[in-house]
Design a protein around this ligand. Structure first.
Ligand SMILES: [Zn+2]
Length: 302
């Protein structure tokens, strides 16, 4: 297991400029706490922008085997977090409903414990979820026994060609080795005219610009930092027409937000106290705009 260098997804090897230097000591730190759902450690490798095309990326990443192993750690069984995620997915289901006719076949990539898949089933969709974690799939099957869940990485999953009307991929594309290859797989499963919806961090968002190196989406496990311009380029290459890019909010508990904002080593004061709040106060949740974008694209007819 090792840390490897990355190159630009569009240009291959090319010159890049340093945007944010790596978190001090990150090369030597144990990677495990960075991948835990409650983020006991935070930080990132050096983040650079390609001189030629402008794509921002982490200049290094943990190798795929290690990332798979660490990202499959069980999510906390924290009811307050689950309630917050449920609200987030209900909101995304609402946004999706405004964009298409309900009731089609939907594939939910990286479905986790099935909260969104279950919500779409309730709304009358034929929803199928896929996740590489056995544990997540077993939770999902308990939550929505009437839905179909598959355990497989996207790279080796098999679905009939053009078999879905909508594919959703929440908070995932920024984590994969090769977004082009992943999108190629999804595209083969999507019907021409079908919709692909993704949520991912926007490196040009107001939050990113205002917070700079403290933007909570700068994470060791994020490899790609797309913007509306670079995600459009990627989707163009794959045969999509961009429908919309809009900022999207998620619901988080205050405890979660505090955890994400505390750099390793701790942050005293109000936020730190909030983090330590016992019981119901820390479990309160609210909507937060963290600089993520909802990207909607339609697969063109040939
Ligand atoms: Zn480039």
């Amino acid at each position: 297991m090792s840390i490897e260098n990355t190159s630009c997804l569009f240009c291959g090897e090319s010159e890049s400029v340093l945007l944010y230097p790596e978190t001090p000591g990150i090369q030597e730190l144990d990677p495990q706490p960075f991948y835990q759902p409650n983020h006991p450690a935070s930080g990132h490798f050096a983040i650079t922008r390609c001189k030629k095309c402008g794509l921002v990326r982490s200049s290094q990443r943990d190798d795929a085997a290690l990332r798979t192993q660490l990202s499959q750690q069980q999510e906390e069984n924290n009811q307050a977090d689950i309630r917050a995620w449920k609200s987030t997915y209900q909101q995304r289901a609402k946004l999706l409903s405004r964009k298409t006719i309900p009731g089609g076949a939907l594939l939910d990539i990286n479905c986790g414990t099935g909260l969104f898949t279950a919500e779409m089933m309730r709304k009358g969709w034929q929803a199928v979820g896929i996740d590489s974690s056995d544990w997540a799939a077993s939770q999902a099957r308990e939550l929505a026994p009437w839905a179909q869940f598959f355990v497989s990485p996207v790279e080796t999953a098999i679905f009939p060609a053009s078999s879905f009307d909508v594919i959703t991929f929440w908070d995932g594309l920024e984590h994969v080795d090769n977004p082009k290859k992943i999108l190629e797989r999804l595209t083969s499963w999507l019907e021409p005219g079908g919709l692909l919806l993704m949520v991912l961090p926007d490196i040009t968002s107001l939050q990113s610009r205002l917070m700079g190196p403290r933007w909570p989406s700068l994470l060791r496990q994020h490899i790609w930092y797309f913007s509306p311009v670079t995600i459009k380029r990627l989707l163009d290459e794959q045969g999509y027409e961009l429908v919309s890019i809009q900022p999207v909010r998620s619901r988080f508990t205050f405890k979660k937000v505090a955890q994400r904002l505390i750099p390793s080593g701790g942050w005293p004061g109000l936020i730190g106290n909030l983090y330590n709040l016992p019981g119901p106060l820390g479990n309160l949740s609210s909507w937060f705009s963290t600089g993520e974008m909802l990207v909607t694209a339609r697969l063109k007819f040939l």
